[in-house]
Design a protein around this ligand. Sequence first.
Ligand SMILES: [Zn+2]
Length: 180
Amino acid sequence: MTYYRDKSKRCMTASGPHVRAIGWLDKKHRFRKGRTSLEFREKLRKFSESASSSTFSLGWGVFFGHHTCELCEKFSSGLNFGVPAGEILYVAPEMVSHYVENHRYRPPKEFVKAVLDSPLPDTREYSDAIARFRRPDDQPAGYGTEGYDPAQAGDSSQVTSARTEANGVWNKILRILSRS
Ligand SMILES: [Zn+2]
């Protein structure tokens, strides 16, 4: 996997002043190890498990390939996910949970807090929290512009249900691809 320093403003999936890369490890660079709370590890695992949903919600392109863990070469995954915290979006590979659980990687405190505080992908609250970070080509017309009025943009409940349905199909496709 390509290495990025923790809190770097760019990584393979996203870049910009709002981006903080987390957990883009390799075997050449030392990383901080230590204890993490069970609560954090469990929540982080849920983020990793819903990486396909996060990828879809953020309108990221899919990287069709595998990252293999360079530390043990026993685990691989191909997706990434985002954790919103106000103006900041932490961007981590799906494998970050493996790094924490199997290699005692201890991410920066601010990321730990963001994971504990953030709603999980697949929730309305998450969609709202990451709306500002969504890639523009994935936004409905008028979204994010000054004076945007949802009532003017058509039936939003219809849009939401179509989106939820598409998200379900997309998740299945990503799961199949990431296992092949
Ligand atoms: Zn490993």
